[in-house]
Design a protein around this ligand. Structure first.
Ligand code: WQD
Length: 348
């Protein structure tokens, strides 16, 4: 058994699995935990296959436990088995925005209990107490045009959905605990729109059922699984009338977690902080669709439909704080990200 572990909850999820790979490549030993509620077991094999192919000189060791983080007693077994956890990255949460409106209690129980258990067990069992929390730009609500690109100092807007509220509550929990417990450090990484897949096409986005998100719907339409893409709304107050987002490659996003963890390990009085993890560039739905067609040569079928309720018109990140303080930035061209998503879809 190694020591100096990094615990990753939600390790078989889309962002969790890519982050496990980057941590291992950076030489960290990783204990992944997941209950496979919203992910597939073969993602764990995908991680192991990528590491077998890796020629990194200092790759870490990977352990995995099938655990429900919302169950204190089962989660506790990880902390008693793997002594020397120096930091945790917390992805485990339900994340379907519209589903959270139908099942609020499940969202509050799962998303809050799993985080509370992680903080509780970290302060009880770990000498080094560092938690990186997977947050979201949804905490900003619908920013005004004058506030874009959005900064971390932008006031947080009360979310309209239980999903978004659990993100905000979890940010408050880790901030209050960092202020209350002297050895406990935490940081919130506020993601924009993670897309794409690993360059090996061994792991990627695996939406269950009909994809809610844009890029998997595009690739499934291009693969003939879906009939036609509907672009939700062509009458927004944007240059081409479609919504604008900040699309970031999932591998660049994963690397941001390694940078944040390193910053906390090097800086015991880190306390608390929050960082926008985006590219800093806004891209419209139509621009992304045209980029897909140009990059892949696939004649994607799409039409314009009604707006989707709950959609923010436009939001993209000011990511200069993460660059300045974490030494991290996302600069992968959109064409390359789109290629990785398409290669992954073809392999599926
Ligand atoms: C992007 C744009 C849609 C599908 C993200 C995260 C989500 C959550 C909230 C994460 C929008 C349009 C989509 C389609 C379309 N936060 N679209 N046709 O809504 O920005 O959600 O932030 O923690 O997990 O993904 O991403 O990909 O759903 O939509 O026109 O079939 O694409 O209207 O403008 P969104 P998305």
């Amino acid at each position: 058994m190694a020591n100096n572990y990094v615990l990753v909850s939600g390790a078989s999820g889309f962002i969790g699995s890519h982050t496990v790979v980057e941590l291992l490549e950076a030489g960290f030993n990783v204990v992944g935990v997941d209950n496979f509620y919203n992910s597939d077991k073969d993602v764990i094999d995908g991680i192991r296959k990528i590491m077998e192919l890796s020629n990194s000189k200092t790759k870490g060791e990977f352990y995995f436990e099938e655990i429900d983080c919302a169950n204190y007693d089962s989660f506790k077994t990880v902390f008693t088995k793997y002594k020397g956890i120096v930091g945790s990255i917390h992805f485990a949460a339900y994340k379907a925005v519209s589903e959270s409106l139908e099942k609020p209690l499940e969202y509050y129980r799962n998303n809050l209990f799993s985080l509370i258990n992680l903080v509780d067990l970290t302060t009880a069992f770990c000498e080094k107490q560092n938690v990186v929390f997977s947050s979201s730009c949804t905490v900003y609500g619908e920013p005004a045009l004058k506030d874009l690109p959005i900064k971390e100092s932008h006031p947080l807007q009360k979310s309209l959905t239980p999903y978004g509220k659990t993100k905000q509550m979890c940010e408050d929990i880790i901030k209050d605990c960092a202020n209350a417990y002297k050895n406990f450090n935490s940081c919130a990484l506020r993601y924009f729109n993670p897309i794409g897949a690993h360059p090996t096409s061994l792991i990627g986005e695996l939406p269950k059922g009909v994809p809610q998100n844009l890029v998997p719907y595009i690739t499934q339409t291009a693969a003939g699984i879906r009939e036609c893409l509907t672009i939700y709304g062509k009458d927004y107050n944007t240059p081409d009338g479609t919504c604008i987002r900040d699309y970031i490659w999932v591998v660049d996003l994963a690397k941001a977690h390694v940078a944040a963890l390193k910053k906390m390990l090097d800086n015991t009085s880190f306390n608390w902080n929050a960082y926008n993890i985006g590219t800093g560039t806004g891209v419209s739905v139509l621009e992304l669709v045209n980029c897909f067609i140009k990059t892949t040569g696939v004649d994607l079928k799409y039409k314009f439909g009604e707006r989707r309720s709950g959609d923010v018109e436009q939001v993209w990140a000011d990511a200069t704080k993460a660059k300045r303080e974490l030494g991290w930035e996302a600069n992968t061209p959109l064409e390359d990200i789109i290629k990785s998503a398409w290669e992954w879809q073809k392999r599926l």
